[in-house]
Design a protein around this ligand. Structure first.
Ligand code: SAH
Ligand code: SF4
Length: 431
């Protein structure tokens, strides 16, 4: 690895969810403070940071096979450093990972995000002489940025490995979150996504008074420069009227709700230990719609949970239609080490899971298309994040008929769609 401080470059890649991407961004920031400039070219990097995911078997395999392929990079960059972070690193452990992948130099699992700066200091001190902390380019935060407001999870969904690899819930103090929001907004961020595993469970204090998640939404929305605030993922059990009212009060909080249901079958929801049933989930969605006119709702569906029958699966399909979802992330169940459901027989055959996934995707495509078609002729607000394209409040991408510069929010009339991308033009206003 080069020792010249300004000459070192970092290539960072995150597998998995937005939380994993946010962790990698935070760790990249720590490396930037230690003299690393970000590069998008693996070949010119002096260090590679990989954020791994273990939520599903498939996600972990993808991350591990990527790490395996980095062996080649190491051969051509013998001085280079490979740093493996994230949930799969936490699950497998540093010793085992280094045994399987001897070309890996440093392992820092998902519980070490906050202590990463000191971990990296001790690592770097062993490899290169101490260097001045003059950071060249810190990565530009972009128009859309994330804010991790809490880490870990206290829920105990029977299928989920997250509580074991990320540990118990801890909530970041409001002042720290707002400080980060201000810095990122000054650097150009216009949209914030508040991240956490059951993000609406956040609570803390602001100016000496207790503050809940609804208060935090308002505080982030008031940061100068902020145009939009979103959050991911709220837990249905904790999504109450306070949060919906706070969303309604702050026009900068988008009227879009991603509320993971996981299943539409009461029997499966009970086995999943989600803490709610179909009727109460639907009642929560109805409450949110009542308080938030024009709300769009999306969800997560986990299919093929042990013992899931055709009828249970049909309940998930019908839930999507009944709740009026405009999109959904769909996942095939895989047993995860140490979770309660891993003790159940994974009895839904692979081909059946595949078939169910195809059916779910087809329904989601239909629901998205019907929603997007219903927008034709209507005006939507677009936050431009690349010249001439951006995102509507509902999260769908919009292509404008003018090369509007990134960072602006414009009103545009929808003229049609190409797949899931809306086409829109900016109306000429009469002077
Ligand atoms: N905290 C969020 C989800 C985090 S995990 C929530 O409660 O909704 C992201 C998604 O991964 C989940 O919504 C779930 O659908 C999926 N997932 C979790 N464990 C899984 C498993 N064992 N197999 C397949 N998908 C899983
Ligand atoms: Fe996993 Fe449930 Fe926590 Fe979400 S709420 S991270 S699914 S345990």
């Amino acid at each position: 690895m080069k020792t010249h401080p300004a000459g070192r470059k970092l290539f960072a890649h995150a597998f998995g969810c937005q939380m994993s991407a946010a962790d990698v961004a935070e760790m990249s920031g720590a490396l930037a403070k230690r003299g690393f400039a970000l590069t998008s070219e693996l070949d010119e990097a002096d260090a590679v940071l990989v954020g791994t995911c273990t939520v599903r078997d498939h996600a972990e395999h993808r991350a591990l096979s990527y790490i395996g392929r980095l062996r080649e990079w190491k051969t051509s960059h013998p001085e280079g450093a490979i740093i493996v972070a994230g949930c799969a690193a936490e699950r497998i452990g540093g010793g085992e990972l280094k045994r399987r992948f001897p070309h890996v130099d440093l392992v820092a699992g998902s519980k070490s995000v906050e202590s990463f700066p000191s971990i990296v200091d001790s690592f770097l001190s062993k490899r290169a002489p101490a260097e001045p902390k003059t950071s060249p380019a810190v990565s530009a935060s972009g128009i859309s940025a994330t804010l991790t407001i809490m880490r870990g999870c206290d829920a105990a969904c029977s299928y989920c490995i997250v509580p074991s690899v990320r540990g118990p819930e801890s909530h970041r103090p409001a002042g720290e979150i707002l400080g980060e929001a201000r810095l990122k907004a000054e650097a150009g961020a216009r949209e914030f996504t508040l991240l956490g595993q059951a993000v609406n469970g956040w609570h803390g204090a602001f100016e000496g008074r207790p503050a809940g998640f609804g208060d935090l939404l308002g505080l982030v929305a008031s940061v100068p420069g902020v145009e939009r605030v979103r959050f991911m993922s709220p837990h249905p059990l904790r999504f109450d009227e306070t949060v919906a009212r706070a969303m309604a009060e702050h026009p900068k909080v988008v009227p879009a709700l991603h509320l993971p249901a996981q299943s539409g079958s009461d029997r499966i929801l009970a086995l999943m230990r989600r803490g709610y049933d179909r009727a109460s989930y639907l009642a929560t969605v109805a409450m949110a719609r009542r308080l938030l006119p024009g709300l769009t709702v999306t969800t997560d569906i986990l299919l093929g949970f042990p013992t899931e029958t055709e009828a249970d699966f049909a309940d998930s399909l019908s839930l999507l239609s009944e709740m009026g979802a405009v999109s959904a992330f769909c996942f095939k169940y895989s047993p995860r080490q140490g979770t309660p459901s891993s003790l159940l027989c994974d009895d839904v055959p692979r081909e059946v899971k595949e078939e169910r996934l195809v059916l779910l995707h087809a329904l989601v495509a239909e629901l998205s298309a019907a929603y997007l078609d219903s927008l034709v002729g209507r005006e939507v607000s677009v936050l431009v994040d690349e010249p001439g394209t951006g995102r509507a409040a509902d999260g769908f991408r919009v292509r404008l008929d003018e090369p509007v510069l990134p960072g602006r929010v414009v009103s545009a009339v929808v003229s049609g769609r190409a797949g899931n991308i809306l086409m829109a033009h900016i109306p000429r206003r009469k002077a």
